[in-house]
Design a protein around this ligand. Structure first.
Ligand SMILES: *Cc1c(COP(=O)(O)O)cnc(C)c1O
Length: 219
């Protein structure tokens, strides 16, 4: 099926208050162009170099989302244009984003990544660390604005487990939203679990393979 048809089918299942981020990592510029022509303006990439290369050649009204793990020394390459950094998982990274944002005379929006999965490989803060960062660190970082949370559920067929993990994230999101006026975005849900994520309160879904087809990492 074509990218346009896939998008139409997915958009029909996403309510208006939920933002669709089209995850285009590994995909050629032509595929992004096709999604752009179908109306998509939010694109997600997980490698900074690849995102910068695509930014150079694609229309400037695209909102670029960095959804991958970010190495501190590469923040500078995207600081002038990135729209939202989803995977902020350390204070060191937060400080570097603040520094690079200041150099570019802007405020960069970020999501703190909360570890919710039953897997050792996924990055993120735990709930207590996030609350501590919000309480004790954010005020000293005027060029970053924490606008919400991001999380990834365990890669499993067990829908109940995925649902419980999303509920955990939503509960911390609600706590923060009640305490900090900047908090508005809950980024959770991918191709395999976005419908559960929306039921559990997601406001932003990151969908790749259901739009662009399976990724081939060997090319
Ligand atoms: C690749 C990726 C996605 C999209 O995954 P699909 O299963 O292809 O929809 C979403 N979020 C993150 C953080 C990713 O790395």
């Amino acid at each position: 099926m074509s990218i346009q048809t896939n998008l139409k089918n997915i958009e029909a299942t996403i309510p208006n208050h939920v933002t669709l981020v089209a995850v285009s990592k590994t995909k050629p510029v032509e595929d992004l162009q096709e999604a752009y022509e179908a109306g998509i303006r939010d694109f997600g990439e997980n490698k900074i170099q690849e995102m910068c290369d695509k930014f150079e050649v694609l229309p400037k009204d695209i909102r670029w989302h960095m959804i991958g793990h970010v190495q501190t020394n590469k923040v500078k390459y995207m600081a002038s244009f990135v729209h939202l950094i989803h995977g902020v998982d350390s204070l060191k990274l937060l400080k570097e984003i603040n520094k690079q944002a200041e150099k570019n005379n802007r405020v960069i929006d970020v999501l703190l990544q909360q570890f919710i999965a039953d897997e050792e490989t996924k990055f993120g803060f735990d709930e207590a660390e996030i609350r501590q960062v919000m309480k004790d660190e954010i005020q000293a970082l005027p060029n970053v604005r924490v606008v919400g949370l991001m999380g990834m559920a365990t890669f499993t067929e067990d829908e109940n487990q995925i649902r419980e993990e999303f509920k955990t994230l939503k509960s911390n999101f609600d706590y923060l939203k009640n305490n900090y006026s900047t908090i508005a975005t809950l980024s959770m849900g991918m191709s395999g679990d976005y419908e559960v994520a929306i039921e559990e309160g997601s406001t932003m879904v990151r969908i790749g393979s259901s739009i662009f087809g399976h990724r081939n990492y060997n090319v």
